[in-house]
Design a protein around this ligand. Structure first.
Ligand SMILES: [Zn+2]
Length: 98
């Protein structure tokens, strides 16, 4: 997946800062030191990976445990399901400007 959820302090509209989940690009997430991560869709645990030397695969997040019920994974079976062990599924992620 090219987008990931990270939890950190973000500046929101109105100038407040809030510790929250936000959906950002994998490119941006790679600039963060030891980010807390989850999949934006199924809330499952993911890892971050840098693009391959030859460019065949981009900067990206990948599920730690494959979830065929997540359209951001590579084996989506067409039926959306949350991860078996979702990370803070009750906390919505905001769309952050970075
Ligand atoms: Zn997922």
């Amino acid at each position: 997946m090219r987008i990931v959820d990270v939890k950190q302090f973000f500046s929101l509209a109105g100038g407040t800062r809030q510790y929250t989940w936000a959906t950002i690009s994998a490119d941006e997430a790679l600039k963060i030191a030891e980010p807390r991560l989850r999949c934006p869709e199924c809330k499952g645990a993911i890892g971050l990976f840098r693009r391959s030397e030859d460019g065949a695969t981009p900067n990206r997040g990948e599920h730690k445990a494959r979830n065929r019920g997540c359209s951001l994974g590579d084996r989506f079976d067409g039926v959306h399901r949350m991860a078996v062990n979702p990370i803070e599924p009750n906390e919505e992620s905001v769309l952050a400007q970075s």
